[in-house]
Design a protein around this ligand. Structure first.
Ligand SMILES: C[S@@+](CC[C@H](N)C(=O)[O-])C[C@H]1O[C@@H](n2cnc3c(N)ncnc32)[C@H](O)[C@@H]1O
Length: 266
């Protein structure tokens, strides 16, 4: 059954798609096929121009995305993408600027198409709420996908006896975090894939990811973390798992921390 875009979990279902690029490219390709047919069939005239054809392409792509069960905001992206490319290509800009912008976005966001986890940061109130949850004394905290490390550095300053590890795969945020870590001896920043991170010695794992990887994350933490250790997920609950605690941070974003104790294996 295809997901209903009006249901709140529609975005989650779409996000869980195993190869998210495939439906996206499929919708765009359908738009190009229809626009190509029009180009072949129409007599030269005002409709046979790049912008009207791009608008048709966008409308078809958005319709196909709707049929795929994509959430509404994806319909808008599909509808606007090629028309905006056509308009942007009319700007008097050297092509190098577009290449530069693409490389800059790639360095910041890396393979968001695969990870389904974009870059946004935990705020200070969230870091303070997390600090309250940490065990007393020496402990080991891992931030999976640490971005520029802001959360880790705030906790590191408040808890010098704690060991903090951040794992990040996007080159630019990783580099920033790595440079900042020079001033914090209790913080280690690793470049790499969070799915390869060793969590066997972690007392607390913090994750601010997206709905897409939460089931996989739960399987990883249960398989690797010690019993009774803590997973804290900012904003995104683990489906079908009862939280040990739910914390409302009380910030403007209305952040919720979903906290899970790792179960004891019988
Ligand atoms: C929402 S941001 C959270 C940043 C930081 N943890 C915070 O709370 O401020 C998610 C981060 O996870 C990173 N990320 C996503 N998938 C990853 C992966 N497979 N391996 C490592 N980092 C990943 C992204 O690049 C991004 O920096």
């Amino acid at each position: 059954m295809r997901p209903d875009p009006d249901r709140p979990d529609s975005a989650r279902e779409y996000a869980r798609h195993r190869l998210p690029l495939r439906p996206i490219l499929g919708a765009q390709a359908a738009g190009f096929v229809v626009a190509g047919l029009l180009l072949a069939l129409l007599e030269p005239g005002p409709l046979r121009q790049p912008l009207p054809l791009a608008l048709v392409q966008g409308a078809v792509a958005a319709t196909v995305a709707r049929g795929q069960g994509a959430p509404r905001w994806w319909w808008a992206i599909h509808a606007a993408f090629v028309p905006l490319v056509v308009l942007a290509s009319r700007l008097p800009l050297h092509p190098g600027w577009w290449l530069g912008a693409f490389v800059a976005l790639l360095l910041v966001f890396w393979r968001t198409d695969r990870s389904r986890v974009p870059l946004y940061f935990s705020n200070a109130a969230t870091a303070d709420a997390l600090a309250q949850l940490l065990p007393q004394g020496a402990c080991r905290i891992v931030d999976l996908g640490c971005g520029h490390g802001g959360l880790l550095f705030r906790i590191a300053a408040a808890r010098p006896e704690a060991r903090l590890v951040g794992v990040e795969h996007a080159p630019l945020p990783w580099l920033l975090a790595r440079l900042r870590a020079v001033r914090h001896p209790n913080v280690t920043i690793r470049f790499g894939d969070l799915w390869q991170a060793d969590l066997s010695r972690a007392d607390v794992v913090y994750a601010f990811l997206s709905p897409a990887p939460m089931r996989r994350l739960w399987a990883k933490v249960v398989g690797e973390m010690p019993a009774q250790a803590l997973l804290v997920s900012n904003s995104f609950p683990v489906p079908d798992v009862a939280a040990w605690r739910e914390i409302a941070v009380g910030d403007r974003r209305q952040t919720r921390l979903h906290c899970y104790r790792i179960p004891t294996v019988d």
